[in-house]
Design a protein. Sequence first.
Length: 573
Amino acid sequence: MLVAYKNVNQLWAFVLTETLKRLGLTCAVICPGSRSTPLTVAFAQQVPDIEAISILDERSAAFFALGVAKATKRPVALVCTSGTAGANFYPAVIEAKESRVPLLVLTTDRPPELRDCHSGQTIDQVKLYGSYPNWQTELALPSANMEMLAYLRQMVIYAWERMQISTPGVVHLNIPFRDPLAPVPDGTDFQFDPEEFFTAVTNTISTPYSLLPTPPAWQNCDRGVIIAGVAQPQNPENYCRAIAKLSQTLQWPVLAEGLSPLRNYADLNPYLISTYDLILRNQQLAKQLAPEMVIQVGDMPTSKELRTWLNATQPQRWVIDPSNQNLDPLHGKTTHLRISVDTLDIRGSDDQNSPSEYLQNWCIAEAKVRAAVDQTLTKMEDLFEGKAAWLLSQILPPETPFFIANSMPVRDVEYFWRPNNLRVRTYFNRGANGIDGTLSTALGIAHRQQSSVMLTGDLALLHDTNGFLIRNKFVGHLTIVLINNNGGGIFEMLPIAKFDPPFEEFFGTPQDIDFAQLCATYGVQHELITSWEELQGKLNPLPTQGIRVLELQTNRKADAKWRQENLGKFGHC
């Protein structure tokens, strides 16, 4: 059936959005503006096939889109007007690249004749994001002829592929439009048959799948460890089962980062080591447990103790990850296997050997340290911020989406997150490790998902309070467990903490904010939590709608002192 178009921009935007719909796009986050009018109208016309979400603040919108893409494991489109609007996407673009999340950034622009002549709201948007996108280009000006529409269709298909193969990431299309921007007649009179035109547009993204035999060197080593690093796999259970099979076949312990799904699938692996950071603080034990070989799955864990240990022992290391990135910041004796761990052809002998003395030593150390940590935190009644992570690991409803903010929360999860069988789905922004966009990302993860929880400090939340503006577009529930120690707790762990001034003003940076008033301004529920029993009662079950802040007020300096005095002791149990 022929369809007539009287406006070239409307035709161009329809072809772009219709192609994306047929490829499988289901969500577009749109920031208000004039130059983006053709795209905004076109995406609005694709509802409900594509959910179109309007968000005022560009930085917040970009991190929200990042969160949606993380949770759905599907690309999300991001639209803005010309000028500095697109520059506000930059932090999320960096995070998406570094954490391998597919984002399609559509910045609209003025046509070439309005550039470099002081026309308003015009900056150089070509290659705006430097080297961070997987691919970037500027589209041609809209044109009402079949050859150019075919060009547009192919550019969108290629963009879709480049977002996801071989390493997921960002694609940036800069899209110029001439006036008129609204869908009014502009002299265009063009007819074409959409069904025939879009016949060839299908979502055919696929990745090669072939089993790779395990290297013989692994089977011949009885002093090896598997490091399960920072990971947000497409299928967490398959990922955990593959690592468990590898661990049990080789009879190697698995040092599981707090940001690895393995700690939430603990029943799958009897050789799971969750307290390795604390164990390795015992220098004598760390020396006794020195490995000859290490298999690192995914990114290197957060733990500084682990990195120091690997640097000191210099084992042969294998990195298993399908990306094209260099995942060895230690620059060791490393071989990268560019595959997913579940594509390893893991074959053990029919006769399983009894656990080696080396493996038994790891398991004994884990049992002792785990018991000491659990016993200490069980008895603790003070609102020590590290206990929040430990408690959450035991009381969250099964399969809860759980976002962990950077700085101290991510480290407290590393130290204290107890292995469980709850299948909690952990999320985080550990690509660039910044605190920007914390709230907006968490809301994106929670949008249209199971009731979700975020663990954050006060500075990370304050850095993104504009995220609360999303509340009227947000569908679902997010509980924010706010650790308010009035400042940057992570800096208390650094040598600069001993120098005041300038420490408190320039590093501690207390903001003295009344969060009850702040939440009231945005129409967000706030509750001050004064005991662990009260927190536990608020988290299971979780509400089903809205945004809620549960604030725990802690003492930053006392908490830092507790860590300094106690973390090292656990490894000597």
